[in-house]
Ligand binder design. Structure first.
Ligand SMILES: Nc1ncnc2c1ncn2[C@@H]1O[C@H](COP(=O)(O)OP(=O)(O)OP(=O)(O)O)[C@@H](O)[C@H]1O
Length: 499
């Protein structure tokens, strides 16, 4: 199906998220949609899939203008959007979810649905068990189920918004192979990303959005030079790499100290951890998902008490004292899931500053708004003090979360600090974190992205199967050696060296 928009405009208050967009997407191809955080990509996709309605302009499917009143309308017209958080029922099985979501008449019987599902899964290379409960599947497997559900419900156009966030590299490869197959069968795929490499690998065309406009107007065939696409996404200056700053020498006691700490999380068992985390350092935790880095961060945030041993913060024993005591001692935690665990989506930045006030029951609203205004200017957040956090783009939410960290913080624990952010936003976040480091903070972060670990860490700690390696100065580590270590190659020898 050919899909196009003409002069499509969507405003949110003063923000024009899509400004008279005109672009079309041909059938049988994978179309990349690139743009920095806040460029307007998700807005366009929500308009095309009926989740929101335009203020002006029109949407055209196969040369016929369509008014979409909701996602059901869009799917009936042949357009389905794969949500980052699939809209499924976790307690139901894969097959039950398919049957619940299918419009009446799509499947003659349960058996017909199962046969269609298995046949499609075979074609796309997705291993699926129709009887598995959704809540027992990984995010990547749920995404596969969601794609198949949309296709079986008749989607001729499949929209994916940042689909590789949160899935493994193997699942991303399987996804790409399936998308190629879907396009080869004549369907249209819209692939939204801010990762250039993904678009270069997968897409036949690319449309770049910047500040709600298509730049240059219309689509570009792929491949295109990377530097050219970066300049389209960010303007001429946005893609400049960060300036390297030498480490300050800080003579201070460790921010955290673990003494003979033992802790459990599910099948993972961390035994006899003895580590000191110095002030004025950025320490990257590298490891395959679930290798112990999350448990270590929780221990250091006071969110999990050790089974044995002691956790000291700035020399004080806070073992088992709980996360509020850790915060009072200057420890801040930035969770990967900003909206579930970090901030309250319905509240604004000013509301968050109001919540942080510690003057008893009285809230100084004017002061909170003033602080929010300062933070917006200093952290270049695209929002007003009263914009709900949930409506900010990912990069702006992350900047807001950083802005809320008090200047008195001594240790910052950041879980995947640039998850879902484009290059320019990621660099902005890192320059802020580096400034905190230069002020004497200890920053410990986890990331599945080895390039990020290599680029920003002063020291790297490798986690492997619940074992936490010694800190390795970044300068002594190569990318290939790090990749080996996270797979366990040479890990024992590394641990033995420091014994
Ligand atoms: N519901 C909303 N209310 C208010 N503003 C919104 C809303 N949705 C989007 N915006 C604003 O519209 C602009 C475009 O946002 P959009 O989410 O489309 O960008 P994006 O390119 O998808 O960004 P990201 O890569 O971070 O997802 C941003 O400034 C955003 O803050």
């Amino acid at each position: 199906m050919h899909i196009a928009v003409e002069n499509l405009t969507k405003r949110f208050g003063p923000v024009c998220a899509n400004d008279r967009l005109t672009v079309s997407f041909a059938a049988g191809q994978i179309h990349g949609v690139l743009g920095e955080n806040g460029a307007g990509k998700s807005t366009l996709m929500k308009l095309l899939s009926g989740y929101i309605q335009p203020d002006e302009g029109r949407i055209v499917f196969n040369d016929a203008p369509r008014r979409l009143r909701g996602p059901g309308d869009a799917l009936a017209a042949g357009v389905g959007m794969v949500q980052q958080e699939p809209l499924d029922i976790p307690a139901f099985t894969v097959l039950e979810n398919l049957l619940c979501a299918a419009p009446p008449g799509v499947f003659r019987s349960r058996r017909a649905a199962q046969t269609a599902l298995l046949e499609l899964a075979g074609r796309l290379g997705f291993p699926v068990d129709p009887a598995a409960r959704l809540d027992q599947l990984t995010i990547g497997q749920r995404q596969q189920v969601e794609i198949m559900r949309l296709l079986l419900c008749g989607a001729q156009v499949l929209i994916l918004d940042e689909p590789t966030t949160g899935i493994t590299a193997a699942q991303a490869r399987a996804l790409f192979a399936a998308l190629r197959q879907i396009a080869a069968e004549g369907r249209t795929v819209l692939f939204v990303s801010h990762k250039l490499e993904e678009v270069a690998e997968l897409c036949h065309t690319v449309t770049v959005l910047r500040n709600g406009h298509v730049v240059p107007p219309g689509q570009l065939p792929m491949p295109q030079p990377q530097e050219y696409l970066l300049s389209l996404m960010f303007g001429e200056s946005g893609a400049a790499p960060p300036i390297y700053r030498p480490l300050p020498a800080i003579d201070a006691p460790p921010v955290w100290e673990l003494r003979h700490v033992t802790a459990r999380s599910g099948a993972l068992h961390l035994v006899d951890l003895n580590h000191r985390f110095a002030a004025g350092r950025i320490i990257g935790l590298a490891g395959l998902d679930g290798s112990g880095q999350q448990v270590l961060l929780r221990l250091l945030a006071g969110q999990q008490a050790p089974d044995h041993g002691q956790v000291l913060v700035n020399g004080r024993d806070l073992t088992g004292a709980g996360s509020i005591a850790f915060r009072q001692a200057g420890v801040e935690y930035l969770p990967a899931d900003r909206l579930h665990d970090g901030m309250i989506g319905a509240l604004s930045l000013a509301d968050h500053f109001a919540l942080l006030q510690r003057n008893g029951l009285l809230v100084d609203r004017r002061r909170a708004e003033e602080l929010a205004r300062q933070a917006i200017a200093e952290y270049q957040i695209k929002a007003t003090p009263v914009t709900p956090i949930a409506s900010l783009s990912g990069g702006n939410q992350q900047r807001a979360m950083l802005a809320l960290i008090p200047s008195t913080a001594r240790g910052i624990l950041a879980e995947q600090p640039t998850r879902g952010l484009d290059v320019a936003s990621a660099r902005a976040i890192w320059s802020r974190l580096q400034a905190r480091r230069d002020d004497g903070c200890c920053i410990i972060f986890s990331s599945p992205d080895l390039d990020e670990i290599m680029e920003y860490s002063d020291e790297v700690i490798v986690c492997f199967a619940g074992r936490i390696g010694p800190p390795i100065p970044r300068a002594l580590l190569s990318a290939s050696r790090l990749a080996e270590l996270i797979g366990g190659v040479g890990f024992d020898a590394l641990v033995d060296v420091v014994r």
